[in-house]
Structure formats: structure tokens, C-alpha cells
Design a protein around this ligand. Structure first.
Ligand SMILES: Cc1cc2nc3c(=O)[nH]c(=O)nc-3n(C[C@H](O)[C@H](O)[C@H](O)COP(=O)(O)O)c2cc1C
Length: 155
């Protein structure tokens, strides 16, 4: 079994949004959103470089990334730390680019595909869970759906 559990993989596929942190050549943080994050297998994630010049420049200097994703209603998610390699063509490139183009149409260029070998995968939870002992996930979800003004489908 790999590092990415079934639940982690489900959340990556379902959320379709994450934040990718890289480090600039002079050691500063760089955080940028990616909607194309995808699970490749139990140990690897990937995203498409469509318009991420600073992320790509940073990866040429330092291949380490941290990826954060959080479900805004469940108030929990994951942080993945790993090491990247960049694919300009080939099987990994085709898999990620073709799926993106099938879903979104050909309007987006894919300059490269970044594959992340995940070395550490940690859950991240809101204080809502930690300081409300025994609170149920469904209650947190209901409260935050209401706060965002989203009506549950069954009402
Ligand atoms: C919701 C959202 C999803 C995005 N998804 C991607 C993506 O999958 N790939 C990409 O290259 N840029 C994506 N972008 C655009 C980059 O985040 C944006 O161009 C950013 O400024 C690039 O910063 P960087 O050069 O520091 O990576 C997305 C932006 C948003 C707001």
C-alpha cells in the first residue's frame, strides 16, 4: 500500500483545488493555487503547468513542494510534502494533459506536467474539531454550508 490513502485520493479528486508551495531561489515562500491536481497512483500526485511561471522556475532550483488542500465545508484536509519531476512529454504528460483537455476543452495550454513523489502525507484539521470534543463531521459540514449560504439539496 502506498502513502496516499483512499480517503486522501477521494478528497484530491473531489475538491479540484489545492495550493502548491515552492521556494524561490533566494529562499522565500511562493504559494499558488492549482485546479489540475490529480492522483497518479498511491504514491504520486501531478498538476499541469498552464500558467505558473514562478512555480516552475522555483522547481528548477529546488524540487521540494508542499501541497495543501482543505474542504471548506468539512474544515479538514491534507498536507502533502514531496519531491517533483517535470514532464514535457511522454506517458505522464499525456495522462494529465489529456484528462484536463477532455474535461475542460482545449482552451488551456499545458506547458508541462509536474509529478510529485509524495514523501509525507498528513491530515490537517480545523480547531473546530480539536476544541469541540466529539463534534460530528456532518454537523461541521451543515454549519459551514449555512455560513456560506449553500442550501442543502434535500431542503
Ligand atoms: C482556482 C485556480 C486554479 C488554478 N489552477 C491552475 C493550474 O492547475 N495550473 C496552473 O498552471 N495555473 C493554475 N492557476 C493559475 C495560477 O495559480 C496563477 O497563474 C498564479 O499566479 C501562478 O503563480 P506562480 O507563477 O507563482 O505559480 C489557477 C488559479 C486559480 C485561481
Amino acid at each position: 500500500m502506498g502513502i496516499l490513502t483512499a480517503e486522501m485520493q477521494r478528497m484530491v479528486a473531489g475538491l479540484r483545488l489545492c495550493y502548491v508551495a515552492t521556494v524561490t531561489p533566494d529562499g522565500k515562500p511562493n504559494l499558488s493555487p492549482k485546479g489540475s491536481l490529480k492522483v497518479l497512483d498511491d504514491d504520486h500526485l501531478a498538476f499541469a503547468d498552464i500558467m505558473s511561471p514562478a512555480t516552475m522556475r522555483n522547481l528548477r532550483h529546488n524540487p521540494h513542494v508542499e501541497v495543501n488542500l482543505v474542504d471548506p465545508f468539512l474544515r479538514r484536509g491534507y498536507r502533502f510534502k514531496g519531491r517533483c519531476d517535470v514532464h514535457l512529454e511522454g506517458e505522464v504528460f499525456d495522462r494529465v494533459a489529456n484528462e484536463l483537455w477532455e474535461r475542460e476543452g482545449r482552451q488551456y495550454p499545458v506547458n508541462a506536467v509536474v509529478r510529485i513523489a509524495v514523501e509525507q502525507a498528513l491530515p490537517v484539521r480545523s480547531p473546530a474539531y480539536v476544541f469541540n470534543k466529539g463534534v460530528k463531521e456532518e454537523d461541521v459540514r451543515r454549519i459551514w454550508l449555512e455560513r456560506y449560504g449553500v442550501k442543502p439539496l434535500d431542503k
